[in-house]
Design a protein around this ligand. Structure first.
Ligand code: ADP
Length: 476
């Protein structure tokens, strides 16, 4: 696909909307239109579901090794075109090119990982009560699976769902975010080149609410994996009731970052910089609340301010840039709103107060102290380059502050005492805890949350479970 007009991948063919309608994809750095994509109608979405259903029996019957080979081939092709994909991600999403290159490699990792998992969908043989009986447990693909993905990792979120689905033997429909569908559609080209049969992978664009509704209402779609806002996740959960669909929900986060009094502060600040500011603070595992022991708060804060000041805000295509634009004006206004309400509620700005009056999507990183649990900025996911600092005086207080949120995705903890860190970590109500580490996302590890951050796990040896069902055969 060249920037210009992109088409949807449906049943092995590239399709425009029947009505000819399109919508524009814009570069968040300068508002330029990069391309238009189809605004499919309801009948085309239904047709896509029918195509995925028609392809299912054939695909599930492929030898696992053959499915694995194709997945590996998509991953290899992605690596071979790494620069092209990375540039497209930066153009449509805004993140620095170095981060986009990282996202492409990370996405290929998932395709490779699941190509390796595809051949290990082991079942079980269980001893029965009677010698005349056998109990076999098979792992079966659940059926047609759909993915609804966000704009913050345009192809990584797609690759980790697509990899698991295809490895399990499901056919697949993806609806990328309207802000960033171009790299997802380009990934469709690689699926075609890898020789996937028609209908196995379909990538569609159009009105999100309509596509969501058709997918959720369809008894053919047996599984939906969603990464996005808690609000939309709750809607999908309600919509899934009528067809009793299996869901994976990766929703919002409100990650605490605990700095204990025995933390290595240099390490903590270096972890903080990555955990807070990458992707301009727009990841669901980005640090939302720094909780710092009062005895080290001054030192930690000074170091964090110093390093935050050295960040370079600019276009993601500029090599010097460390923080790109936020995705759109709604995102910019949300951050400004949170900064203003925090200011009204009495926080101190150590850096970036001018961002309260930001007129563009390039938001100067901020550091705020004096943040308390009563404030909006404590409760809501910031999704911007804003550090907020709160102090505590004991491990018990740190745990209670960290857990004071409806979310439970990622948490971080810095301490030089392993046993103390483990004791605290085990009491954090979060699906993932980084101990002296903020680079927690890895293909081998189960990614996912608890509480209102959702359920289900992506990646790892558990990742195919979400796309499989157990079938038990009782043989007499
Ligand atoms: P954000 O507000 O960060 O864009 P969303 O949850 O709105 O997060 O978006 C994540 C994904 O969910 C996107 O692909 C978006 O198009 C999709 N989406 C938004 N609204 C709906 C809906 N009503 N039904 C299904 N998908 C939706």
């Amino acid at each position: 696909m060249k920037t210009g007009t992109a088409l949807c991948l449906i049943n092995g063919e590239w399709k425009a909307a029947r009505s000819g309608e399109t919508f524009s994809v814009k570069n968040p750095a300068n508002g330029e239109v990069l391309a238009t994509v189809p605004q499919l109608d309801r009948a085309q979405v239904e047709g896509t579901i029918a195509a995925a259903q028609a392809a299912f029996n054939g695909w599930r019957s492929y030898p696992a090794r053959e499915r694995a080979r194709m997945l590996r081939s998509i991953g290899d092709k992605l690596i071979a075109r790494r620069e092209e994909f990375a540039r497209l991600i930066t153009l449509e999403q805004g993140k620095p090119l170095s981060e986009s290159l990282g996202e492409v490699s990370y996405s290929a990792n998932y395709l490779h990982w699941f190509s390796e998992e595809a051949v290990r969908a082991y079942g079980d043989i269980i001893p029965a009560d009677s010698a005349a009986k056998r109990i076999f447990v098979l792992r079966q693909p659940i059926g047609v699976a759909a993915a609804i993905t966000p704009w913050n990792f345009p192809i990584a979120m797609l690759a980790r769902k697509l990899g698991a689905a295809l490895a399990a033997g499901c056919t697949f429909i993806a609806k990328p975010a309207p802000e960033t569908p171009l790299s997802a559609l380009l990934l469709g080209e690689l699926c075609q080149e890898a020789g996937l049969p028609a209908g196995v992978v379909n990538i569609i664009t159009g009105d999100a609410a309509m596509i969501g509704e058709v997918i959720m209402a369809s008894p053919i779609v047996r599984k939906v994996s969603f990464t996005g806002s808690t609000e939309v996740g709750k809607l999908l959960l309600r919509q899934s009731a009528d067809t009793v669909k299996k869901l994976t929900l990766e929703l919002g986060g409100n990650a605490p970052f605990i700095v204990m009094d025995d933390a290595d502060l240099e390490r903590a600040v270096s972890g903080a910089m990555f955990g807070k500011y990458r992707n301009a603070g727009q990841t669901c595992i980005c640090v939302n609340r720094f909780l710092v022991h009062s005895s080290v708060a001054e030192d930690f804060t000074r170091r964090l301010v110093d390093q935050t000041r050295s960040l370079v805000v600019g276009s993601g295509l500029d090599e010097k840039t460390s923080v790109g634009p936020v995705i759109n004006d709604a995102a910019k206004n949300k951050v400004i709103g949170l900064l203003n309400s925090a200011a009204d509620e009495g926080v101190t700005f150590l850096l970036g107060e001018e961002s309260r009056r930001a007129t563009s999507r390039f938001i100067s990183p901020c550091v705020l102290t004096g943040v308390t649990p009563a404030m909006r900025i404590w409760k809501e996911e910031i999704f911007g380059p804003v550090s907020t600092i709160t102090t505590f005086n004991s491990d018990a207080e740190a745990i209670s502050l960290a857990n004071d949120t409806q979310y439970g995705l990622a948490a971080y903890l810095y301490s030089e005492s392993l046993s103390r860190a483990l004791n605290v970590a085990e009491r954090l109500e979060f699906g993932m805890v980084g101990i002296n580490d903020t680079a927690i996302s890895a293909v081998q590890a189960p990614f996912g949350g608890v509480k209102q951050s959702g359920f289900g796990r992506e990646g790892s040896k558990y990742g195919m479970d979400d796309y499989s069902v157990l079938q038990y055969l009782s043989v007499a």
